[in-house]
Design a protein around this ligand. Sequence first.
Ligand SMILES: Nc1ncnc2c1ncn2[C@@H]1O[C@H](COP(=O)(O)OP(=O)(O)OP(=O)(O)O)[C@@H](O)[C@H]1O
Ligand SMILES: [Mg+2]
Length: 412
Amino acid sequence: MKGEIHGIGLDIGTSKVRCVIGEAGDDGRLNILGTGQTDSRGLRRGIVTGAEAVSAAIKKAVGEAERISGLEVHSVVVNLSGEHYRGENKNGVVAVAGVGREITEDDVERAIESASAMQLPSGWEIFDRLPQEFIIDGQDGITEPVGMSGSRLESLVHIVTGPSAGRQNLEKAVQRSGLEVERMVLEPLAAAESTLTDNDKEYGCAVVNVGSEITSLMTFGRGAVQHTAVFPFGGLHFTKDIAVGLRVSMQEANSIKHQFGCAASFLMNDDERSETIEIMPVGRSETRGLSKEILCDIMQPRAIELLQHIAHEINAAQMQIPSGIVLTGGGAMMRGIVEIAEQVFDAPTRLGTLSERRFGGLANQVNGPDWAVSCGLALSSMDVQMREYRSGGRSTGRKVAAWLGNFREKFK
Ligand SMILES: Nc1ncnc2c1ncn2[C@@H]1O[C@H](COP(=O)(O)OP(=O)(O)OP(=O)(O)O)[C@@H](O)[C@H]1O
Ligand SMILES: [Mg+2]
């Protein structure tokens, strides 16, 4: 398989664009060969507002990953984001009429189709249909019905819907940068692919991807997606609070947050609490001292408030999550967020890091929660191609043209 199948993920976020290029290894791992990251412009809450700026950022991030990997990218799996999409659980039933009443792929497709028959708001579409389980003649819990016998096939499907325009405009921005969109994958689903174990998905857990302006939630149970929700907040809210509270510029607030921020005061001892940092208020020519305790007093209540919204959603949907919460996205890098989340959710909480079983190569360079989405997109790209390859179907086109003799020349 080496050198034949590649997985390329492109995470277009409101604050960063990230690209991951990997190659399928013989052990089912995606060996990461190159990564690229750049500041993002031209998006608001995951939606394109300036296509030109977005495609410039895409070119930069993809170009960097190409240079490192020595491969040329033609098509990518892209994150599907936005603040308006939502998930619903539906069911559909079909009669099985084939020879010996053996269920075929066609029957399964019809059962999923039947669950997907729904009224959508104008301008909305189905983003994804994620089968949860099948029921054959009353026998539930079936995950692979093809080849089984029965006369009545019922499907339970998690259906995610959202506005078409946001998806189309993101797709156009990618095409504008000269790339083809192989597929789009919901952002929290991609984060889950790279960080959750099969046990997490089976016993029940929630992925919370904290971005810059968007936080998405996806819960899993019995091996499938059970609930999806999106919240219009993220790391940027902390930056704004700091800018307003300390009267500093947004840029300075962001750097204070990254360098000294903490969302859980109990992690700081007395010495650290009283430690001062120098800040430069807007319009002043001199710096002033600020204790780390005051900074934490700004961040902690906001962290609790935002996490409580998510906890409320999980409780209202009556989701069981014994395997706990997995935090991904750049916002999860904030010091103290895991500890404070553990208290708010009253459930084991951890940072999402790449599954060792599924990633190799340069994986240790992108093992932070901020890379979970882009790595998950690349993994999903590889997995789909592998399935097609094994079933003898056509490959979805070469994702990269392996080393073109004079390729490096392009970058000299
Ligand atoms: N070390 C850190 N401490 C605190 N916050 C951090 C740290 N690193 C990154 N962040 C925050 O993470 C956020 C960006 O996260 P991420 O890169 O996942 O967002 P994005 O994908 O660009 O945005 P979105 O998903 O909302 O479109 C920013 O608000 C940034 O300030
Ligand atoms: Mg994001």
